[in-house]
Design a protein around this ligand. Structure first.
Ligand code: KIV
Length: 271
């Protein structure tokens, strides 16, 4: 039996073991029970209830509008579908930026009200103190550096980060600060593969890349993106594993047609 199959429930320890054994960590997002159940049955290691919920579920342009209550609501549904994967919850914009205590209180609220195993915070040196306080209370924290979408208005665009030496050094220092503060894992978003490689060998905790190349210890994508649910959104780091938008549209059209043609329901589908 392989190490991945042997692990009955993914914990911070199992992720550290996977990095040590150079076995890539797999992660995807979920916002509902059925998707979470399918992901867990497929053997995914981490399910992130990402604040991408704001974009792909709520239809907002940025991740900023999603609230604590909404993140908690969706996490409760996700957690019910999961037996093996680690469920991680994004702390939404302004749930931890105000003060260390506010972040601490909100991380505690997520852990108390959902069955998640960890929270995720965006930022590096800036949020290190908050990460320290949360982890010291026994709550595992996933870091997130590079392109951090909650700072989109500061960045001005979703272009990749870390192209200049100054920016690359800052991202490396951010990752180190997050690790030193106690994070068990760090998401690296939209940075050059060479920088992600440097970070992944400079920190001992696993790195999970999104648009950060193959050298990260694991990979994450936003599930509706990789399923091809929105074919208009196709940045180069997203691979469409299917074209679910087409499949769903065909099914919807066939259903409409069958009803109009009185082919649905059939006698077998009636009482
Ligand atoms: O919100 C999200 O889905 C994320 C991933 C893109 C890492 O933070």
């Amino acid at each position: 039996m392989s190490t991945e199959q042997e692990i009955k429930r993914i914990t911070t320890k199992s992720l550290a073991l996977l990095k040590k054994k150079k076995i890539k960590i797999t992660a995807l997002t979920a916002y509902d029970f059925i998707t979470a159940k399918l992901l867990d049955n497929a053997g995914i290691d981490i399910i992130l209830v990402g604040d991408s919920l704001s974009n792909v579920f709520q239809g907002n342009e940025t991740t900023l509008p999603v609230t604590m209550d909404e993140m908690i609501y969706h996490t409760k549904s996700v957690a019910k579908g999961v037996n093996r994967a680690m469920v991680v919850v994004d702390m939404p914009f302004m749930s931890y930026q105000l003060s260390v205590d506010e972040g601490f209180r909100n991380a505690g609220r997520i852990m108390k009200e959902t069955s998640a195993s960890a929270v995720k915070l965006e930022g590096g040196q800036r949020v290190a103190e908050t990460i320290r306080k949360i982890t010291e209370a026994g709550i595992p924290v996933m870091g997130h550096v590079g392109l951090t979408p909650q700072s989109i208005h500061q960045f001005g665009s979703y272009r990749e980060r870390g192209r200049t030496k100054a920016e690359a050094d800052e991202i490396l220092n951010d990752a180190k600060a997050v690790e030193q503060a106690g994070a068990f894992c760090i998401v690296l978003e939209k940075i050059p593969a060479s920088l992600a490689k440097k970070i992944s060998t400079s920190v001992t905790v696993p790195t999970i890349g999104i648009g950060a190349g193959v050298y990260c210890d694991g990979q994450i994508l936003v599930t509706p993106d990789m399923l091809g649910l929105n074919m208009d959104f196709h940045p180069r780091f997203v691979r469409h594993y299917c074209k679910l938008a087409d499949t769903m549209t065909e099914a919807f059209k066939k259903y409409i047609e069958d009803i109009r043609d009185k082919k649905f329901p059939s006698p077998d589908e009636s009482y």
